[in-house]
Design a protein around this ligand. Structure first.
Ligand SMILES: C[S@@+](CC[C@H](N)C(=O)[O-])C[C@H]1O[C@@H](n2cnc3c(N)ncnc32)[C@H](O)[C@@H]1O
Length: 402
């Protein structure tokens, strides 16, 4: 039997006494998992790090401010010895052995009866790695497995627990690294993906060949509205027992019609989960070096759709109120109507010299930024041939990073 062989087990510590000796960095790292497991923790230590102290103040453990004394392990199921006093550690270790309490020692793994694995969690899976006496390798293997589960690169689909249904996934602004880990995992588990033009299109190339990828813009809609046809496609595929991902650009609920899809699915009795995404309204300016707020410059930012012109009776936007605001205006879908929007803002009092930046295809390899002022932006957009998708930022924050 190799010396570093240990028998792995998952301890169910809910309500069971765990004694921790010492309250330094090691204890600070181990305690959150014990607290999460619901253990009845007795911490014995004359002093503690501020984080451990906060856990005691929050009532997450009982802290006795003193040194170890014989008898501390009475009633314990599990013990962690983390003090830097070798004599106390040896005595405590002997007591644990005598009482048959499994005991971890941070100072001497050989003298311990138990070892702490490197652990991580991803969506209901606990990963625990033991490599004998090489904690860095344990941590590296743990990280690789957890990361793989999170981003879906480790193919371990939820076959048992997975139920057919639809996930409305916010894919972020375009850079494939800017989707959430949950979104990426659901994508890796999908049978059908219905994707928009915007968002992380590169991720679609990585999907296995059996996954049906449907371009939302190309769904034939006949007598239906385009959105209805998308809703119907989602419903049909989910009814066929497929795991469907509706991959959207940015966040599903920021000008993404996500709620319409969620409502259609609810009406059809289909399970739907919504995964938030990084909205282009904040991330695209940020990628171009523009903070939407900045101390002493802008204390608010307002995200506005520019797809309806200000004078259009269908407009729901109060442009005169927006013109009076001092803060940042972030316009989406506004390239085509920027001239009329700028005019409306100036007519209602916003200074023509207000800095403006237009960021096209933000976070992608094609990203470009064009600067102007409110007075010149229409002309600049036309002269530079700016095309959608673009985010237009109006306000003094545009000049902050310059
Ligand atoms: C229908 S809206 C969807 C917004 C999306 N749900 C979000 O949260 O980012 C589409 C508009 O978002 C903006 N947009 C989305 N991705 C962009 C990107 N990578 N670069 C610039 N603008 C982008 C553009 O204004 C585009 O016309």
């Amino acid at each position: 039997m190799p010396e570093n062989f240990a028998y792995p087990v998952g301890l169910r510590l809910q309500g069971r006494r765990v004694v921790v000796l010492g309250a330094g960095q090691v204890a600070q790292r181990r305690l959150p998992a014990l607290i999460a497991a619901g253990a009845d923790i007795l911490l014995v230590s004359p002093s503690a790090t501020p984080s451990v102290e906060a856990m005691a103040d929050a009532g997450e453990l009982r802290w006795e401010r003193r040194r170890y004394r014989s008898g501390d392990f009475e009633g314990a199921w599990y013990a962690l010895i983390t003090t830097d006093d070798p004599e106390a550690n040896a005595a405590a270790s002997a007591e644990a052995e005598a009482r048959r309490v499994w005991c971890v020692r941070s100072d001497d793994a050989d003298a311990a009866s138990a070892w702490t694995p490197a652990t991580g969690r991803s969506e209901g899976v606990t990963v625990a790695v033991l490599t004998g006496q090489d904690p860095r390798r344990s941590a590296a293997v743990r990280d690789a497995v957890v990361e793989g589960l999170r981003d879906g690169s480790l193919a371990a689909p939820h076959r048992r627990s997975r139920t057919p249904g639809v996930a409305l996934v916010g894919g972020g602004p375009g850079d494939p690294d800017l989707i959430t880990v949950r979104g990426r995992r659901l994508l890796a588990e999908a049978d059908v993906v219905i994707a928009d033009r915007l968002g992380p299109r590169d991720l679609l190339d990585e999907l296995p060949p059996h996954v049906e990828v449907i371009d939302a813009a190309k769904i034939p809609y006949g007598r239906f509205m385009a959105q209805e046809a998308i809703n119907n496609a989602l419903i049909e595929h989910a009814r066929a027992g497929k795991a469907v991902v509706r991959l959207k650009g940015g966040d599903p609920f920021v000008f993404g019609r996500g709620m319409e899809e969620a409502q259609a699915l609810a009406e059809a009795g289909i399970a739907c989960t919504v995964v938030p995404g990084i909205s282009s309204s904040i991330s695209v300016p940020g990628a171009a070096g523009i903070p939407v707020t900045h101390r002493g410059v802008a204390h608010e930012f307002t995200v506005v759709s520019g797809h309806v012109a200000p004078e259009d009776p269908a407009s729901l936007v109060d442009w005169s109120a927006l013109a009076r605001l001092r803060g940042t205006l972030v316009l989406l879908m506004a390239v085509e109507k920027i001239g009329r929007i700028a005019e409306a803002l100036m007519a209602h009092g916003r200074d023509a010299g207000t800095p403006v930046a237009v960021v096209q295809e933000g976070t992608t390899a094609a990203q470009r930024r064009v600067d102007a002022t409110l007075g010149t932006v229409a002309e600049t957009v036309a002269a530079e041939g700016v095309r959608p998708p673009a985010v237009i930022v109006i306000g003094d924050v545009v000049a902050v990073g310059a």
